[in-house]
Ligand binder design. Structure first.
Ligand SMILES: [Zn+2]
Ligand SMILES: [Zn+2]
Length: 265
């Protein structure tokens, strides 16, 4: 099973997950050409995709969806609330009706050997979800765009082998940074984005020896930078009492606009 970020950040998100036979993207917030190039580097084409799974309707997650899905006739999966909003985004163009497939948080579905588990997250969108993907004995998850996490979130992230987790902002940089007050409140709010510190605390709660690969993603361009996210999360993880030693997890920051290293589990 492979996990690769093709782009991750507040200006575009697209994550690949696949086994030998089945392939999905989570979100398409980058253009068709960049998706094609990212998949080509993995010796794949968009035509190989079983589906695009949408987390929510914000443009950094769907801006490339229309062109890509129409050209390759890729099925699109999302909650009913998300798909309804996607249909209303005029800049995406019209979608053939049969491309949309409605899913429900907490109800699993599968593509061959990939078992998909969508679960609800707190974010200011219609009906946002994050995804856990199990393949035989291995499990990965992609969790971005959430203001806070709950005991149920921790349960969904039990026994993972790899995780892409949001580390959106440094709270102090956000507080003194250029955003207007209302936007600062939104980002920091219960339906906003996870800070570096919160990401570290969540990781410390879910860490167990199988969790060997963590990619930090969805970093804010204005209120964070890679070294700070990495160090803050690493400190929370290895200085706490969760038992994680400094060599027990391969921690990396997913690039904003390029492909991450391939996480192979
Ligand atoms: Zn969002
Ligand atoms: Zn986002």
């Amino acid at each position: 099973m492979r996990l690769v970020s093709l782009a991750s950040g507040s200006s575009g998100n697209c994550i690949y997950i696949g086994s030998d036979e089945h392939h999905i993207l989570i979100d398409t917030g980058i253009g068709r050409k960049r998706v094609e190039e990212g998949l080509a580097a993995l010796e794949l084409s968009p035509a190989d995709l079983d589906g695009v799974l949408i987390t929510h309707e914000h443009s950094d997650h769907i801006s490339g969806l229309g062109v890509l899905a129409r050209k390759y006739e890729i099925p699109i999966y999302g909650t009913a609330g998300t798909l309804e909003r996607v249909r209303q985004v005029k800049s995406l163009g019209a979608f053939p009706g049969d491309l949309f497939h409605s899913i429900r948080p907490g109800e699993a579905f599968s593509f061959g050997d990939l078992d998909i588990h969508p679960f609800s997250v707190d974010h200011d969108a219609a009906d946002p979800v994050a995804y856990r993907v199990d393949c035989k004995e291995k499990s990965v998850a992609v969790v971005t765009d959430l203001g806070e996490y709950h005991p149920e979130t921790v349960e969904w992230l039990a026994d993972l082998d790899a995780l892409l987790l949001e580390a959106n902002h440094d709270v102090r940089m956000l507080q003194v940074g250029p955003y207007p007050y209302y936007l600062k409140q939104r980002v920091m709010g219960k339906q906003g984005h996870l800070s570096n510190e919160s990401a570290g605390r969540l990781l410390a709660e879910i860490w167990q020896p199988r969790l060997g690969h963590v990619l930090l993603g969805h970093l804010s361009k204005e209120n964070n930078y890679a070294e700070l996210a990495y160090e803050t999360v690493r400190m929370e993880l290895v200085m706490g009492d969760c038992g994680c030693g400094k060599n027990d997890v391969c921690l990396a920051v997913a690039p904003r606009s390029g492909r991450s290293d391939t996480v192979q589990i």
